[in-house]
Design a protein around this ligand. Structure first.
Ligand SMILES: C[S@@+](CC[C@H](N)C(=O)[O-])C[C@H]1O[C@@H](n2cnc3c(N)ncnc32)[C@H](O)[C@@H]1O
Length: 259
């Protein structure tokens, strides 16, 4: 699969689940996933693009600071969710565009802001994507990237990767913080701000949201209970007496500027 082709596994995964994501409290709550709006510079932006916009939560969060926002996603059903939330959120100048992240349909140096929240771990080639982000940004333009990351501990990272792919076959990889920062700089962008946070998750809500069949979800729940100590510690895995399991993934938020 080349970078320019749509990611069909994401389309099928998120196409099935667009309604659940549109209604997801985890994704709607800015606090839970760190808000892109909190990283905006104190200025008005011209044209912004939110990549992997899903139901549009991030696009709507920055919309009142931008003249024009283009919410892009590879999954038509997700953009349908964004269409119905758009009026509710009062962001009529948010346009919707069906496109894969790896080939942004815009002229060189035409975007003042690019946001991307909890989507980049689905992208097939992070370096190619970041090169395209660099091409599309105006000089002084900003990238705000927020995503789950892998911990530095190799055992915990390998375990997390197995669990993520198991739950969602369209998952590609969570780079570590160091890998993200060097990839961003390698693409010619300058990192100006970083923040670490986490997204609190709960089994079985997490597997239900991914549409996992019940038996498979039960096996994954057992794998959470049986996590090796390095993973249990890195992700705060806490089984509760009522059968629920609490845990979290680490989140990296980065703001980078095109010089
Ligand atoms: C977990 S949702 C995140 C939605 C949203 N950004 C948010 O902050 O709530 C991930 C989104 O990434 C989209 N996606 C996955 N791979 C993509 C790709 N290669 N290009 C564009 N969008 C992609 C999926 O269709 C899905 O809507």
């Amino acid at each position: 699969m080349t970078n320019a082709q749509p990611d069909r596994s994401s389309q099928s995964q998120f196409g099935r689940l667009a309604g659940a994501y549109g209604a997801s409290k985890t994704h709607a709550q800015a606090g839970a996933l760190a808000s892109a709006a909190s990283m905006l510079t104190d200025r008005r932006y011209g044209t912004a693009m939110d990549i992997g916009a899903g139901p549009g939560f991030t696009a709507f969060a920055v919309a009142d600071r931008c003249d024009r926002v283009i919410a892009t996603d590879v999954t038509p059903e997700m953009l349908e969710q964004a269409r119905s939330l758009r009026d509710e959120r009062g962001a009529p100048h948010t346009e919707l565009m069906l496109t894969a992240a790896e080939s942004l349909p815009c002229r060189d140096a035409s975007l003042d802001l690019i946001t991307c929240r909890t989507a980049a771990h689905h992208f097939l080639n992070i370096d190619a994507w970041l090169r395209d982000v660099h091409r599309a940004l105006t000089p002084g333009g900003e990238l705000i990237l927020i995503d789950t990351i892998s911990p530095d501990d190799t055992e915990a990272e390998t375990w997390m990767h197995g669990i993520e792919i198991w739950r969602d076959p369209s998952h590609v990889r969570n780079p570590t913080q160091a890998e993200w920062l060097s990839a961003i700089e390698r693409a010619g962008l300058r990192v100006v701000e970083t923040a670490l946070s986490r997204v609190d998750l709960e089994y079985p809500d997490w597997t239900e949201r991914a549409g996992m069949p019940e038996e498979e979800a039960a096996r994954l729940g057992q794998a959470l209970r049986d996590a090796p100590p390095a993973a249990a510690q890195a992700f705060g895995i806490t089984p509760r007496a009522d059968g629920l399991i609490e845990f979290y993934w680490p989140i990296l938020s980065v703001k980078a500027v095109k010089p």
